[in-house]
Design a protein. Sequence first.
Length: 285
Amino acid sequence: MAPGPAGRVGPPGSGPRAYTADLHVHTVLSPCAAVEMIPPLIVRQALARGLDLIAITDHNASANAGAVQRAAAGTGLTVLPGMELQTVEEVHLLCLFDTLEQVSTWQESVDARMPPVENVPDIFGEQFVVNETGELIRRETRLLTGSVRMRLKEAVGEVRRLGGLAIPAHVDRPTYSLSASLGFPPPGLLVDALEISPHSTPATASARFPWLANYRLVQNGDVHHLDDFAATTVFVLAAPTIGEIRLALHERDSRSCTIIPRRAEDTSPQSSQSTQRTPPGVSGA
C-alpha cells in the first residue's frame, strides 16, 4: 500500500492524497553537510517532521541515495534518488528520479564531465559514502562541489530524457542560483518548477524577482543539518512518483502543489557547523 500523510498507509485505489515533501536533502557525501546526515538519522528526523517524501540530492553525486532508501524501508517514508548538479554557469539544479537505475545513468553522464580535482578534506570537508546504518564504505576522493562541464539547458534536457524532474535550486539566493548567475531563466528552459530558499516565501521571492510569477514554485530545506528539514511543500498525489509530482506541479487530474507557512520555531536560519567530520564508528583522518 502507498504511504499517506505523516507516513500513514492507505488502501490501494483510494485516490490522490497529501504528501508533505522535502526534495533537497544532503548526506555526508556532500562535504558541506554535517556528520549527523547519515541514513538512519535522516529517516528518523524526516518522519519526526511529518514528512512523507524526501529526495537525496548530494552535490554532483548520488552514491548514498540507495542507502537512505534502504534505511527508510518499511517506515512509510518514500525516498527519491537524485542529485544537486552544479552547471558550468554555477547554477545549482535539482535532478530527481524514480529509480536508482535512472540516477546511475545520470551519474555516468555527470562523471564524464566532472573536473579532475582531488578533494582536500581539511579545506572542503570529508565526503563519505556510507551504508544504510551510517557506517563508512569509502571516502570519495574527487571534489564534488565544482562545476560540471554541462550547461543548464543541456542538463535539464538530459534529465528529462531520462524520465527525471529538473528544478533549479534556491533561485532567490545570491550565490549558485539561477538569479545570481544568469539573472533570469534563459529562453526555452523547460523546467516544471523553481525552488525558493527555505526561509523565504513565495510572496517575498516574487517581489524581488517578478519573473517567478511565471513558474510553479516549491520550497525545500536544502538540508545540510538535521534541523534544516522544511515541511512546507505539500503535494496531492496518487503515488509518490516523478510523474505524479509533475502532474501536481501543473495542477492536472486533481493533483496539486501548495507551499504552506513555516512553523514559528523554524523561521530562524540555522547556524553553520564545521565540515570537519568523522562518521560514527570511524576513527578520524
